[in-house]
Design a protein around this ligand. Structure first.
Ligand code: MF3
Ligand code: CO
Ligand code: CO
Length: 269
């Protein structure tokens, strides 16, 4: 449960103190380091269960706690979403094959602070259209982050992402959104990845939240499979996602989950 830190805005969004940024930096760095270190293990022939097993070990070795194991009955330290899986893919027997694109999403708790981040990985040699989807999704996240500063609105963030994605003739998923976080995993507000400039709550210094756009090559509609977790594109088109945890500073935004190894984008490093 959240602690009685800072204050809540009219929209129920918690405002954290300057000192609280350090807790988020540490948690964000642990999560991002795990995503850095898993990269060499994402290879053709590898199962997603094995990737998750290694992530579970890395979480333990880091001295942090997985936020997802036990969360609403979820049993894994990561979500691994391959190809047309939009998000919340459950690690399992599925073996990566040449040309697959996948998102790995890890959330850890360090001293009570949540670090939540995800990025795309490429198995083997991928097609030009997959590469373009991954690039546009990454750049859309960064456009959203660039729109975040005190006085801007959450609608400004959503609009920046949507405009960018639709100009590339791809679509933004509406069924899942980013979220406030801090001493809790999911808190107000819902951070929509679409919208109109000037709408929604106003951003203030001390807000902590994620931005995590999911972008489809085809239509935006999704459905959740019978396992109650795995979300896929209804039209079976490819989907990609990147996620950062951020905090609003006096004059801009701080990204808590930057890659220490400079590997946030799969073709870097
Ligand atoms: N990390 C995901 C997010 O970005 C949530 C995963 S919840 C789980 O909010 F239970 F599916 F792991
Ligand atoms: Co998240
Ligand atoms: Co996440």
């Amino acid at each position: 449960m959240d602690e009685r830190r800072g204050r809540l805005t009219r929209d129920g969004i918690r405002i954290y103190d300057t000192a609280d940024f350090e807790g988020m930096r540490v948690a964000g760095r642990v999560a991002a380091t795990i995503l850095d270190d898993i990269a060499p293990h994402v290879t053709v022939g590898q199962s997603t269960a094995e990737i998750d097993r290694i992530i579970t070990e890395m979480v333990t070795a880091s001295g942090s706690v997985s936020a997802t194991i036990g969360y609403k009955g979820y049993r894994h330290a990561s979500c691994i979403s391959v190809n047309h899986v939009v998000c919340h893919g459950i690690p399992g027997d599925k073996v990566l094959k040449d040309g697959d694109i996948l998102n790995i999403d890890v959330t850890v708790i360090v001293d009570g602070w949540y670090g939540d981040t995800s990025r795309m990985y490429l198995a083997g040699t991928i097609s030009r259209k997959s590469e373009r989807l991954v690039q546009v999704t990454h750049d859309a996240l960064m456009k959203g982050i660039e729109a975040a500063r005190p006085g801007a609105t959450f609608g400004d963030i959503g609009a920046a992402i949507q405009t960018y994605v639709e100009a590339a003739r791809m679509s933004v998923v509406r069924d899942f959104c980013g979220h406030g976080l801090g001493r809790v995993f999911h808190a107000p507000p819902n951070v929509l990845h679409y919208g109109r400039p000037g709408t929604g709550p106003v951003l203030e210094e001390g807000m902590f939240f994620t931005i995590e756009p999911m972008v489809n090559l085809g239509r935006p509609e999704t459905k959740v499979l019978a396992d109650d977790w795995t979300a896929v594109t209804r039209d079976k088109s490819l989907s990609a996602q990147f996620e950062h945890s951020v905090g609003i500073t006096a004059d801009g935004v701080e990204i808590f989950t930057l890659s220490p190894a400079g590997r946030f984008h799969p073709t870097w490093g």
